[in-house]
Design a protein around this ligand. Sequence first.
Ligand code: NG6
Ligand code: CA
Length: 495
Amino acid sequence: MAPTAAAPPNVLLIYTDDVGFGDVGCYEGSRTPTPNIDRLAAEGLRFTDAHCSAATCTPSRYALLTGQYAFRKKGTGIASGDAGLVIDPDTVTMADLLKTAGYTTGIVGKWHLGLGEGGNDWNQEVRPNPADLGFDHHFLMPATGDRVPCVYFEDGRVVGLDPDDPIEVSYRKRIDSSPSGKEARDTLRQDWSHGHNSTIVNGVSRIGWMTGGEAARWVDEDMADVFTRQALEFLGAAAGQTRDEGLRKPWFLMFSTHDIHVPRLPHSRFEGASGQGPRGDAMVQADWCVGELLAFLDAKGLNEETLVLFASDNGPVLDDGYRDDANELLGEHDPNGPFRAGKYSRFEGGTRTPFLVRWTGPVAPGTVSEALFGQIDLAATLARAAGVDLPAGACPDSRDALDALLGVDPIGRPHLVHEAGDLALRQGSWKLVPPGNTRVGLGPWGSFTAGEHGALFDLSADPGELSDLAPDEPERLEAMRALLSRIREQPDGGR
Ligand code: NG6
Ligand code: CA
């Protein structure tokens, strides 16, 4: 059994965007300097077989916060910038659970789970929002950096909006006659390669149409600084709070970076920091943010009472729609480490991502775990660490994996689903990719087609998923197909 601390820990969940297994310095394949993130590995536990639940953002974040695989819920594909809130406010979320346990809860950074009822009037309060999902405070980028509206959103409202310059957003039709990224391509600060050619904001064209809100529009290069400042403000206020009885009131902060998603436009002080162009420089910027948060914990003496988690929402991608030389400047760097493919793929590179756990005391420093770990389990696991029970039916796919999280259980989950359009299944070291296409590479794309019965890989001998053993292992293939069918029908295949 994992050692449990006397008091529930604060939880700092650092959730990065499109960061691959090899994008962090302390992982195999990396050539990017990330000393602050590496410090979490040196002072804690580094997982080598940990997974987000899906190979794109919205379903991955849905599963993280609800403890329910996204394939069970319609409308959890990549959300547009004017989508309604994807999580039903009645759903018990990770934030609800921690709030019940007495935590002050907050989220700063990328959201991408929809807001309001959809098709919102961004000039009013937009409900429902994360306040309806257990977050006491939110300061967000509503969708992605490459989707309108390009404004910050705090506690239900657009930040810094001039009422005389209202915002309008549409994903259906063009709203005004200002030149698009297609028409004024030669004026762009960063050119697009596919999609991303509608409204121009700050010299970069985006997905979707937007007018107005000039004063509220973000400056891409300042975004990491803005989020870090907001996070430190939240932490500063939360760390000083006590409960009625004079006890420390724990806090939960999800710090959700825009880095290293496109458009990659890090602050000029990071230019050239990686030698890999904007993609690597954005990673160095993310590492700087982590350093600022860790310095706060150091200064306040909070390392022994704070569980720090570092994770990513999906695997890596190079050209994701802008010409930022991510392919050309890659050099020896391996964004997916030894694994195949990345973002959008059912291969391991789609979901096997960096995962670091630091909790000074309960977690031994400088350790490595090969346990199969799924972010799907974080909701139930954090509830356990916080000392609250899951209400009946809550977080149905989420299991208490505290023993694995703290490095006591070396095996982890018996099975785990990956989602990328369709599903794939891990069981021990075996991997089933059911029939259909999935992406290979890190963009530009090719695709792999798993035949009539699906493909089967033994990752212990073939981590790169190159030898399809389906013809040699008919019984295992059948057993895994049956298990996946059961899991599709009911959580954990009925346990
Ligand atoms: C895709 C976008 C891609 C990225 C992705 C979402 C195009 C051609 N591609 O549709 O650039 O925004 O959606 O990424 O528009 S995620 O990490 O938020 O899931
Ligand atoms: Ca992502």
